[in-house]
Design a protein around this ligand. Sequence first.
Ligand SMILES: CC(C)(COP(=O)(O)OP(=O)(O)OC[C@H]1O[C@@H](n2cnc3c(N)ncnc32)[C@H](O)[C@@H]1OP(=O)(O)O)[C@@H](O)C(=O)NCCC(=O)NCCS
Length: 178
Amino acid sequence: MNVTLQTAGFLLRPAQVGDAEPIARYLNDLDVSGNLARVPFPYHLADAKAWLRSRVPGLPAEETNLTIELPGEGLAGHVGFHRGPQGPIIGYWLGKPFWGRGIMTAAVTASLDWFFDATSHDTIYSGVFHFNAASLAIQRKLGFTETGRSQLLCLARNAEVEHIDTKLTRSVWKARAQ
Ligand SMILES: CC(C)(COP(=O)(O)OP(=O)(O)OC[C@H]1O[C@@H](n2cnc3c(N)ncnc32)[C@H](O)[C@@H]1OP(=O)(O)O)[C@@H](O)C(=O)NCCC(=O)NCCS
């Protein structure tokens, strides 16, 4: 879906062809890609261009990606949804220059508000590699609960890594949002 959301501090918008350079710049950083399951390292401009080609119009809500665009600073990161074995999964990343400003808490909040309104899913899944305290803090703050541990392939590290599995239910989200 082509979704655009305006938050108090920034825009969430569909990815564009011109995004390849900043995406490659920020993802070619093991501190970012090493916390993600599906992003290789090193990460080249060609990887960003190939990913952007996959963002064809008309994708369903469960495959939507939202680009975080900061006024005056441009592309800062992404929030994305994809399909998992149990249901939809939310993932996200922010370029290192933008960490620690509350941006991802706000971006995930806006994305979840949109997703639960746009779909009938009762549960959304996520998780973090076991060392990712900042991302776990975001998820706990937003109402995600831990469901267990698994081993998940981290492409950038070319290794299976212990993963804390989490989920968020619609009822918890709606109770929190009121
Ligand atoms: C994880 C990431 C998304 C955080 O983005 P961010 O905009 O800096 O996050 P926010 O500022 O909104 O919130 C981070 C929270 O983690 C907390 N935090 C940060 N470092 C922490 C640490 N080492 N231990 C515990 N909590 C920590 C912050 O205090 C903050 O919580 P608060 O708002 O209650 O104070 C960003 O660092 C990133 O993209 N990292 C690389 C990719 C990644 O990890 N993606 C997620 C994969 S699951």
